[in-house]
Design a protein around this ligand. Structure first.
Ligand code: ES4
Ligand code: ZN
Length: 326
């Protein structure tokens, strides 16, 4: 009884949330109606029934289809505001939000429309919900280096509203090396750098994210468990891993939540955090991730404090903001 209450009430930093993955089916249908976009599903229930995933790609196909309803600045604002309202209920006080501009620019939506809507929601999140929110632009790794460079060019007028860049989408077959030059330029521009690595991909992709992209955090990273030397390095350098337990379960990275290796990662001294990834698709926001993971794996209150502290320490918030919660 006391552990669930601690998990629910503890202040949290969320470091791994794709804002397009917070689009609930109800909002997808409302935006489709508002914008005159046709969906390949007749109603909310049939869309929700399609959320039965077998791996990352089976999810991404539906996730990109859901994002097709986003056209106007207000759509991006409404999506992010709905996330912030939900996050605030779970005691999230700091959120670093991934967004996938290429999903939108490929449909003719201007970079300015995407960033204006998301940034306005971030500003209002502080006022309305007391959340310190910032934006991380993710490059889609299944697309080309050239496409990533064009995306960076399109974002250059707005870099004062972005704290960093990330790398997401289909991992296998798209190693970090593909984006070495894009990320080098991002670092020269003063942006923070993170990357998805070791979600489905091998430990070599985590090594490359660190050595080639100079990632400051690893998103997921759970496959590090298969490489003892990498485990030692991640522990020694206190590289944050933004782990997403319900995501890993729904995408069959682990057969059951009880099989998740988060306890082993923590026991090895890694800077593990818990995050929601794509909460509208994976069956839960932050508190669902904490409560279900603790119930399934038997983590204790020491782990709860450690996970919360790891997230604030690993965040890109300014020192004063972080210090309030550590
Ligand atoms: C994602 Cl779970 C996951 N992995 C990789 N890329 C993504 N984009 C949105 N969710
Ligand atoms: Zn992710």
């Amino acid at each position: 009884e006391r552990l669930p209450e601690l998990l629910r009430s503890m202040p949290k930093a969320e470091l791994h949330i794709h804002i397009e993955g917070s689009l609930e089916p109800e909002l997808i249908f409302a935006l489709a109606a508002r914008n005159g976009v046709a969906l390949p599903y007749p109603d909310v229930d049939s869309l929700r029934r399609a959320y039965a995933f077998t791996n990352l790609q089976s999810f991404l196909d539906i996730y990109y289809a859901g994002a097709s309803v986003l056209l106007r600045e207000q759509d991006f604002y409404d999506m992010a505001q709905a996330y912030f309202r939900r996050a605030a209920a779970d005691k999230v006080v700091c959120a670093e939000i991934f967004f996938d501009p290429q999903t939108h620019t490929a449909r003719g939506v201007a970079m300015q429309v995407v960033i204006d809507g998301l940034h306005r929601a971030c500003v209002d999140a502080k006022k309305d919900f007391g959340i310190d929110a910032s934006l991380i632009l993710c490059f889609l790794r299944h697309l080309s280096e050239e496409d990533a460079f064009a995306t960076l060019e399109a974002a250059k007028p707005y870099l004062d509203r972005i704290i960093g860049v990330g790398l997401d989408s289909s991992e296998l077959g798209h190693p970090p090396e593909k984006f070495a030059r894009v990320f080098a330029q991002c670092r020269e521009l003063g942006l923070h750098v993170v990357a998805h690595a070791g979600e489905e991909g091998p430990p070599a992709y985590i090594h490359a994210a660190l050595d080639v992209l100079h990632a400051e955090r690893i998103d997921h990273g759970v496959q590090a468990i298969h490489d003892p030397a990498l485990m030692d390095r991640l522990a020694r350098e206190r590289i944050p891993l933004t782990v997403c337990p319900l995501s890993n379960q729904k995408l069959c990275v682990f057969p059951n939540l009880a099989d998740h290796n988060i306890g082993a990662l923590l026991a090895a001294g890694l800077a593990v955090t818990i995050n929601s990834d794509d909460p509208a698709y994976f069956g839960g926001y932050m508190n669902d991730n904490f409560l279900q993971t603790f119930a399934a794996t038997g983590l204790d209150s020491d782990a709860a404090y450690q996970l919360s502290r790891n997230a604030f320490e690993g965040s890109f918030a300014d020192a004063a903001t972080k210090q309030r919660y550590i």
